[in-house]
Each structure stands twice: as structure tokens, then as C-alpha cells.
Design a protein around this ligand. Sequence first.
Ligand code: HEC
Length: 106
Amino acid sequence: MKKTIISVLVLCNILNASPELNTGEKVFKAYCWGCHHQTSVAFGPSFAQMANKRTIGEIQGHIISPKAMYKQLGHKRSVMPAFGDKLSQKEIDLITEFILSFKGAI
Ligand code: HEC
């Protein structure tokens, strides 16, 4: 009986396996890498530049809704897609931590 319960639990876990990414680096590679690099400027600013001058609130605000934030951050236009509906809060926290880990890297 115990074994059956454990098997059912394991199966539920597999079927429910959420596609949520579990490290900031994975979120970065899946969604940001095409436009942002860690320490060099790509299509958008580097993570090190962001970490050096932005607060957590500014970074998360821009990830969730670039259209609402870009002027406040001094950008003339906004071409970055919004990630508010693509990423979970957990993924946003992980990618923010990853960005901030480059503080002082340039
Ligand atoms: C299609 C290209 C593109 C993608 C993909 C993209 N960005 Fe951006 N990002 C930009 C550009 C260009 C800017 C400059 C402002 C703007 O266009 O909104 C920017 C600006 C930012 C800023 C504000 C930087 C600052 O200090 O002013 C943050 C934070 C940011 N991006 C985070 C991310 C994260 C995290 C991801 C992945 C989840 C991501 N971006 C994906 C192009 C992109």
C-alpha cells in the first residue's frame, strides 16, 4: 500500500513537472541572451551596466513592463518585449539576482 502511494505521488510529480526554470542563468539563456550579454553591450545594455546603476525595483519593473519604464530609465524608445506574462515571479526574482551578481564586473 505504501509503495502504491509513493508510486502515485512520483507519477503525479512527473506529470505536473512545471516548465519553470530554476536558475537565473537558465532564464537568461532562454529569454534574454539574444539581446543582453553579461558584461558587454549587445542589442540592449549589459547586465553589469544594469547592476551598477539600477535598483531591484527598476530592473523588475522593466522586465515586467518595459513600455512603462523605459522613459524613467532614460531610454528614448523601447523595443524590448514585456516578460510580465511569460515569466513567473520566481523566475523574475532569479533573473534579477543573476543580473545583480554582475555588479562591479565592469
Ligand atoms: C528583443 C531584444 C531583447 C530581449 C529578448 C530582452 N531585452 Fe532587455 N532590453 C532590450 C533593449 C533594446 C533595452 C533598452 C530599453 C528598451 O528597449 O526597452 C532593454 C532594457 C532592459 C533593462 C533596463 C536596462 C537599464 O538599466 O536601463 C532590463 C532590466 C532588461 N532589459 C532586462 C531584460 C531581461 C531580464 C530579459 C530576459 C528575460 C530581457 N531584458 C530580454 C532588449 C531586449
